[in-house]
Design a protein around this ligand. Structure first.
Ligand code: GLU
Length: 470
């Protein structure tokens, strides 16, 4: 196997909430890199925080990844099921004198922290228990003996070379008193044992990386490559949060976004390929590398996401669009049994909808003959002057059979010609009769989608409405 075929990346979310767009982008970069290199993408759920982890979050994260199409080759592995392995590795470090037990109480530590701050020093564990050789016990945490001197270098694939002074690093806790490993320890053991070659994650973890490198070395593991992806910010340059709009990936699904729009949008947050904006997944797999990932934070732009969604709705096969829109129609109480009708409706509306929810909303007139006319539209267009024209259409249609775009246009032009008026004069009242509104897909498209009978019925109803008005 070549070195490249050995590439193994992972996504390691903590199941303490939904999948955030930032997390999804990290997962996407990690997935893309594995696919680009023909390697493997591993999913590990980091659920060692017993209080905050929930099964519900795990499910939400898996659902969101599946919806985005980010399939994993191995896992999901659950970190909490590996605690015995972590304990074993802690024991190894203790036996080798690379770690020690510490019984300083939280109150004592807090007191020392405050004192250090008051004296203008950087708070750091003072090593009280370092050389006491205390036994592992229910009240003890285990700390890693961090080197006091020297430097640790992170050669990051995105950020470049970053050097940390070891003396700045604390004797970090690797096992809590409840026997569970801390994040920094478990992540190293798991990444090493799962043979992860590239750790790709948010740059909020950059400061953890030198500590983790020291742990890799202490445990005798190969150090993987690191790629720290920059944060996502709102337009005000603050870290992306709820006040900038939805941050949960699945909230976008519920608002009627297509997954390919989200993927396309997320990949461009911090990665670029010339001026190109639209990418298929296959193309991304082919061209994605870290060289084109930016170092600075990316700004989340909801309008651009909406623009991409509109693009992908327009490009979507009508058959699939029907499937994607079903939940939105069902929510609106639409009878979705006639799939052919739904397909035609999608055909009419896909060039004019920004979201699936918008498409479903705009389609309601197709499903009821009981058209409610918008007041302004009815006042302006459903009047005596149009009665003869509409009657001519309703009378002429039953004998007309060419229900194609061309056929429909010819038919309407012929009616207008016979009556000596322009097509415009009859098109708008016809639209109001068929839809109740002045904005809709082309009347010819609507007539084809609705079919002859419904069109005639709706025109007759509009004529009755005009008659009743007088
Ligand atoms: N569970 C950690 C998180 O969700 C993983 C960080 C990492 O990828 O190392 O932040």
């Amino acid at each position: 196997m070549s070195e490249k075929e050995n590439v193994r990346t992972r996504f390691a979310p903590s199941p303490t909430g939904f999948l955030h767009v930032g997390g999804a982008r990290t997962a996407l970069f990690s997935w893309l890199y594995a696919r680009h290199e023909g390697g493997k993408f591993i999913l590990r759920i980091e659920d060692t925080d017993q209080v905050r982890s929930t099964e519900e979050s795990t499910k939400a994260i898996l659902d969101a990844l599946a919806w985005l199409g980010l399939n994993w080759d191995e896992g999901p592995f659950f970190q909490a099921q590996r605690v015995d392995i972590h304990r074993e590795m802690v024991k190894r470090l203790l036996d080798e004198g690379k770690a020690y037990c510490c019984v300083c109480t939280p109150d004592e530590l807090e007191g020392k922290r405050k004192k250090a701050l008051a004296e203008g020093r950087k708070p750091k564990y003072d090593g009280t228990c370092r050389d006491k050789n205390l036994p592992r016990s229910a009240s003890a945490v285990v700390r890693f003996r961090c080197p006091d001197t020297g430097v640790t270098c992170v050669n990051d694939l995105i950020k470049g070379m970053i050097t940390f002074n070891n003396e700045e690093l604390d004797d970090l806790v690797i096992e809590r008193s409840d026997g569970y490993p801390t994040y920094n320890f478990a992540v190293v053991v798991d990444d090493a044992q799962m043979e992860i070659t590239h750790v790709i994650r948010g740059d909020d973890h950059l400061n953890n990386t030198p500590r983790q490198i020291l742990l890799y070395q202490a445990l005798g593991y190969d150090v993987p490559q690191f790629a720290h992806v920059s944060m996502i910010m709102g337009s005000d340059k603050a870290r992306l949060s709820k006040r900038h709009g939805a941050t949960s990936v699945m909230a976008y699904k519920e608002m009627g976004y297509l997954p390919e729009a989200i993927v396309n949008y997320l990949v461009r947050l911090g990665w670029s390929h010339g001026d190109q904006e639209i990418f298929s997944l296959d193309e991304l797999i082919r061209i994605f590398t870290f060289e084109s990932v930016g170092r600075s934070a990316a700004v989340f732009n909801p309008e651009k996401l909406l623009w991409l969604n509109q693009h992908y709705i327009k490009e979507c096969e009508s058959e699939r669009l029907v499937e994607e829109t079903l939940p939105f129609w069902q929510k609106l109480g639409v009878d979705t049994s006639d799939r052919d009708l739904l397909k035609r409706v999608c055909g009419d509306l896909k060039t004019r909808s920004k979201t699936l929810a918008e498409l479903a909303d705009a389609s309601l007139f197709y499903f009821t003959d009981n058209i409610v006319y918008e007041k302004e539209a009815a006042d302006k267009f459903l009047n005596k002057g149009i009665v003869d024209h509409l009657t001519a259409i309703a009378d002429g249609l039953p004998a007309f059979h060419d229900f194609t775009k061309n056929g429909m246009e010819t038919f309407l032009r012929a009616i207008a010609g016979e009556r000596g008026v322009s097509l415009k004069i009859i098109a708008q009242p016809l639209r109001v009769a068929l839809t109740g509104r002045t904005v809709s897909p082309g009347v010819d498209e609507i007539m084809i989608t609705l079919g002859k009978e419904k069109v005639v019925k709706r025109i007759r109803k509009a004529l009755a409405f005009i008659a009743a008005k007088a």
